[in-house]
Design a protein around this ligand. Structure first.
Ligand code: FES
Length: 125
């Protein structure tokens, strides 16, 4: 049960130690109608989560499982046409969708885990 009398009950996305060596974790969320791939990153001391859809064509960003960062580790990069996104807010700063944003997912973090805090979404994997 994820919704209780209109209150969103937080759901665990993963434990902090489950992020890979690139500080990423892939998961799947579901809204009322569809499932979406999503990912979590740790960057400069903060956690961020996004739906894994490039604003250019809607494909998954990553070029390999769990690999979202550019070679220098400073930006998120789409594997198809190379669009670059700011990790902190998902803004495309270079590429065919420049000026557009990744869809951010609200999260909550404690000392052990990251939780989804998004009304209308549930973590299914
Ligand atoms: S599909 Fe991502 S930049 Fe074209």
């Amino acid at each position: 049960m994820f919704f209780l009398y209109g209150v969103v009950v937080r759901q665990k996305i993963c434990k902090l130690k489950q992020l890979n060596e690139s500080f990423c974790f892939e998961f799947i969320v579901k809204n009322a109608t569809e499932e979406k791939d999503a990912f979590l990153i740790f960057f400069k001391g903060q956690y961020y989560a996004y739906i894994n859809d490039c604003p250019h064509t809607g494909v998954n960003l990553n070029w390999q499982p769990g690999q979202f960062f550019s070679m220098d580790g400073l930006l998120l990069q789409c594997s198809l046409h190379g669009a670059l996104f700011t990790p902190e807010n998902g803004l495309c700063v270079r590429g065919p969708c420049q000026g557009q944003y990744l869809t951010a997912i609200n999260i909550d973090v404690n000392e052990e885990a990251v939780f989804l805090r998004e009304n209308g979404l549930v973590v299914i994997k």
